[in-house]
Design a protein around this ligand. Structure first.
Ligand SMILES: *[C@@H]1O[C@H](CO)[C@@H](O)[C@H](O)[C@H]1NC(C)=O
Ligand SMILES: *[C@@H]1O[C@H](CO)[C@@H](O)[C@H](O)[C@H]1NC(C)=O
Ligand SMILES: *[C@@H]1O[C@H](CO)[C@@H](O)[C@H](O)[C@H]1NC(C)=O
Ligand SMILES: *[C@@H]1O[C@H](CO)[C@@H](O)[C@H](O)[C@H]1NC(C)=O
Ligand SMILES: *[C@@H]1O[C@H](CO)[C@@H](O)[C@H](O)[C@H]1NC(C)=O
Ligand SMILES: *[C@@H]1O[C@H](CO)[C@@H](O)[C@H](O)[C@H]1NC(C)=O
Length: 389
């Protein structure tokens, strides 16, 4: 390339607008494996629900969030930095995809860079983190010294500050790292904090990858070394970092055990899972984030999980996976659960996940099989930009 041409291209790149458009880069899609009992009326109801959501969104120029409870439960959210026309365009893309590729499934969701849309036949607006949450590391790397630490610092602060910010959205730039965090507006501050702590845990192992996203049912995080939102939309996080007690961020952050730095706790209780799982073995081939009929997550304190597993005693170990060991635990109410202890990238960080209730030996065996699948899933999806659908 001629030097002049090269310079022109470089200048064009530098001057191109920071971000524009509805950002419909697909990150995740999941359809329930159950169809509505009356498919044709359900599809019409869903279409009517989407039309209602759309008119409510377009009625307000600043709306980035909308829910509907009739005829179908639905929730839509844009990243706050999208213009209202881009937000509507993202909605249209999402609604068309779910109508064409999931309906008459009785639940589904789609997550793009710019927005997310989910519908169910029962209320779900209070849900934060669900099984299937995942971090998607980009495939470009950035070897700048200190990049990983800068990403880590910004994402940590975003996960703590965002639940305390009205609207549960924050965009920030620090040391050349761009980051956003967002929760759906219908969750509590505590649920938002727990969800973002999971999201943070899902992407803090991504650097030196130059960008990553964390997707979940109730929250979203993303960082990049390149701007992906208009830089006049940032917020000063400092006022939100020290206010309130650490317990405000819920059972997640603040699980300081042993003074070895930050301890992340992730706890998901999957009720009814085994029952459904045993009835229909191919459920485990389901979509990620596809457990649409499950109850909302329950949070546990690290010390309760530690007690339940007798301090992760070897005698309670059910199995070892490439991604972490699984222990049998007995909760205070007598429920027997499997607890997966994930060894995450940094030695000072431990992530714990309750993976489900155990019912008898058969349940145990099925669950371990499912766990193994999950491990494979996570391992194979940790470092890809997109999830295949
Ligand atoms: C759900 O409905 C779709 C479209 O009518 C059909 O292709 C699919 O097999 C159905 N799935 C189940 C589990 O019944
Ligand atoms: C949804 O409703 C619109 C009219 O509001 C109609 O044009 C469209 O065909 C419907 N789509 C489906 C999938 O029923
Ligand atoms: C639209 O907004 C109105 C007023 O907030 C609300 O009553 C209605 O249920 C909403 N409709 C949908 C489909 O979201
Ligand atoms: C990185 O990901 C993008 C988007 O999926 C793809 O187009 C590109 O080919 C990938 N690059 C490499 C080196 O894998
Ligand atoms: C790597 O990240 C730094 C911010 O830490 C940024 O300033 C730099 O432009 C990035 N390098 C490349 C090659 O993108
Ligand atoms: C950000 O800048 C764009 C133009 O660059 C402008 O249209 C927009 O109103 C600004 N937003 C805020 C919140 O200042």
């Amino acid at each position: 390339m001629e030097p002049i041409t090269f310079l022109a291209v470089l200048l064009a790149l530098l001057q191109s607008p920071v971000t524009a458009g509805p950002q419909t880069n697909l990150l995740n899609r999941g359809c329930s494996q159950y169809n509505a009992s009356n498919p044709s009326s359900f599809v019409a109801d869903l279409n009517a629900t989407f039309s209602g959501l759309r008119s409510n969104l377009s009625a307000s120029h600043s709306a980035v969030f909308a829910t509907a409870s009739r005829p179908v439960y639905a929730l839509f959210q844009c990243r706050d930095y999208l213009s209202s026309s881009d937000c509507l365009a993202c909605f249209s893309t999402a609604a068309a995809l779910l109508l064409s590729s999931c309906a008459p499934a009785n639940g589904a969701r789609v997550i793009y860079d710019g927005c997310m849309l989910r519908y169910e036949s029962a209320a779900f607006f209070d849900q934060g983190s669900l099984i299937g949450n995942v971090g998607l590391c980009g495939n470009r790397t950035n070897r700048t010294a200190g990049f990983a630490a800068d990403v880590d610092g910004l994402m940590m602060d975003l996960s703590v500050a965002t639940p305390r910010i009205s609207g549960y959205f924050a965009a920030a730039v620090r040391d050349g790292v761009y980051g956003v965090a967002q929760c759906v507006e219908s969750v509590t501050e505590e649920t938002c904090g727990s969800c973002l702590a999971v999201a943070y845990g899902n992407i803090n192992g991504c650097p030196p990858n130059a960008e990553a996203r964390a997707v979940d049912a109730g929250c979203f995080m993303r960082y990049s070394d390149e701007a992906f939102f208009p830089t006049n939309q940032t917020v000063d996080l400092a006022p939100f970092l020290n206010s309130g007690s650490s317990s405000k961020t819920g059972a997640i952050i603040g699980g300081v055990v042993g003074g070895v730095g930050v301890l992340l706790l992730l706890a998901l209780a999957i009720l009814l899972w085994i029952k459904k799982f045993r009835k229909s073995p191919n459920r485990r081939k389901g979509n990620i984030l596809g457990a649409t009929e499950l109850q909302g997550p329950k949070n546990f304190r690290y010390r309760d999980l530690k007690a339940a597993t007798e301090n992760f005693n070897d005698k309670n170990k059910l199995g070892e996976g490439g991604f972490g060991d699984v222990y049998k635990g007995t909760l205070k109410n007598g429920t027997i659960v499997a607890v997966k202890r994930l060894a995450i990238t940094k030695a000072s960080r431990v992530q714990v996940q309750i993976v489900g209730p155990l019912i008898g030996n058969k349940g145990l065996i099925s669950l371990l099989a499912w766990l193994e699948d999950l491990h494979i899933y996570i391992r194979s999806s940790m470092c890809v930009s997109y999830i295949e659908i």
